[in-house]
Design a protein around this ligand. Structure first.
Ligand SMILES: Cc1cc2nc3c(=O)[nH]c(=O)nc-3n(C[C@H](O)[C@H](O)[C@H](O)COP(=O)(O)OP(=O)(O)OC[C@H]3O[C@@H](n4cnc5c(N)ncnc54)[C@H](O)[C@@H]3O)c2cc1C
Length: 391
């Protein structure tokens, strides 16, 4: 007879460690208690209260991968993604604050920053400073390296001039990773990453976008007018900014997939609850097999979405190749979030179409998953490149 006390082989793909289970529980509780009551207000006011952001720092989800020696949790991208997923289950805007902080800003400093930069910025990013990541411009979206923001060397500093667009967290952030070119004639090889503080002369946050979804998350323009950035704030090497950008976004995509898994799960939770409460023909609509099947279909979409996302994060954390898997999980999770949230609205019937119930917000919030950190076509391009190899 098989001894069941020891696992017979590799653990199930969905296995979490004790620390991961604990973090998930803590973030879930936080999201229900602290975030849920504010969801409608934040959406209406298009703003996240400062004290809620401070609470995210206290919870420890803003510096998940920052080493403990610098005040962070010294944990993994997987744990950061778990936190994003749980927050997004309640509110996708709050989730993206933590996502950008961990998967883009902290991540690129961790990977490209020198010890002095880590010592200077990590304690702040783990405890009070929100970070933002500024690559896109008006004419440089999918073609991100067509950026025009210029960095001109002037003695001990660079002067940055140009405009950045669509910068998530910009209204709250104190530190911005800004991509600019030191020499447009060099094409992408002129692109350089800079750590820009909000208080640097010549820097200002411009217009805030009025959006369809994730309305409480700030998305703003940045205006750089000869912004003085010390040379000590070049992140990585001059001319290697394209590598910083590509490699950071490869990992960032896993975070967006986690956000989409959370959004889909949150909408599903609402639909399941409503199906047990709403009565028609003398019984809860959830008693009708057609409604049960509808929810069974949705659950069957969320599960693979989560498995793909968790697996991509695990691959990255174990230093295995993950670029194809990261693009796949974002593509799949954003598509399934669109379908799941749309069907969840239908479970609510007419009420699902009103702002009286929370489900329509999930439907609005999911759409961004197919756009930022690379549109659906860009994910397909990344996957195709991995499949076909570089031609
Ligand atoms: C809410 C929000 C938050 C954002 N946050 C940030 C942020 O924090 N930092 C940041 O740097 N950027 C951010 N972005 C920018 C985002 O990453 C870009 O919007 C995205 O990369 C798409 O670029 P674009 O909007 O210029 O669209 P375009 O590149 O103009 O794309 C338009 C359409 O054309 C398609 N397309 C373009 N080129 C090709 C091609 N070669 N082949 C096939 N199809 C193609 C696209 O798939 C898309 O469907 C944010 C955007 C939004 C809306």
């Amino acid at each position: 007879m098989t001894d069941r006390s020891e696992p017979a082989g590799p653990l199930p793909l969905s296995t979490l460690t004790e620390d991961e289970t604990m973090l998930r529980g803590e973030v879930r509780q936080f999201a229900e208690k602290r975030v849920r009551p504010l969801v409608g207000q934040m959406d209406q006011e298009a703003q996240i209260p400062r004290d809620l952001i401070a609470a995210l720092f206290e919870l420890g989800v803003m510096g998940v991968e920052i080493p403990e020696t610098h005040g962070g949790a010294g944990a993994s991208l997987f744990m950061a993604c778990l936190a994003v997923e749980e927050l997004a289950r309640v509110d996708a805007s709050v989730a993206i604050v933590a996502d950008v902080q961990n998967t883009l800003v902290n991540n690129c400093i961790l990977r490209w920053g020198n010890e002095e930069q880590k010592g200077r910025y990590f304690p702040k990013l783990a405890s009070e400073w929100v970070g933002a990541y500024a690559l896109s411009e008006a004419g440089a979206g999918s073609d991100a390296f067509a950026l025009r923001c210029r960095a001109v060397e002037e003695g001990d500093h660079y002067e940055l001039t140009g405009q950045k667009l669509w910068v998530t967290n910009a209204a709250e952030a104190e530190l911005f990773v800004v991509l600019a070119t030191v020499d447009p004639s060099k094409g992408y090889k002129g692109i350089t990453a800079f750590l820009v503080e909000r208080g640097f002369p010549g820097f200002r946050v411009g217009k805030k976008e009025d959006k369809l979804g994730i309305r409480a998350s700030s998305t703003c323009e940045l205006v750089l007018e000869g912004c003085r950035v010390p040379k000590a704030n070049v992140l990585g090497e001059v001319g290697k900014g394209y590598k910083v950008a590509i490699e950071t976004l490869n990992e960032g995509r896993i975070g967006i997939a986690a956000q989409m898994v959370g959004v889909a799960q949150g909408a599903f939770d609402q639909a399941l609850r409503y199906s047990r409460e709403r009565e028609q023909f003398g019984k809860p609509i959830g008693d009708f097999q057609a409604v049960q099947f509808q929810l069974a279909e949705l659950a069957t979409e969320i599960e693979p979405s989560q498995l793909l996302t968790h697996n991509a994060a695990r691959l990255r954390d174990s230093d295995a190749p993950f670029i194809k898997e990261a693009a796949m999980c974002k593509l799949f999770a954003s598509r399934s979030a669109e379908h799941v949230t749309s069907r969840a609205v239908e479970v609510f019937g007419g009420y699902g179409f009103t702002r009286e119930y929370p489900v329509e917000k999930y439907f609005r919030d999911q759409k961004i998953g197919q756009i930022y950190e690379g549109t659906t076509n860009m994910q397909l391009m990344a996957i195709a490149k991995q499949i076909f190899g570089k031609l």
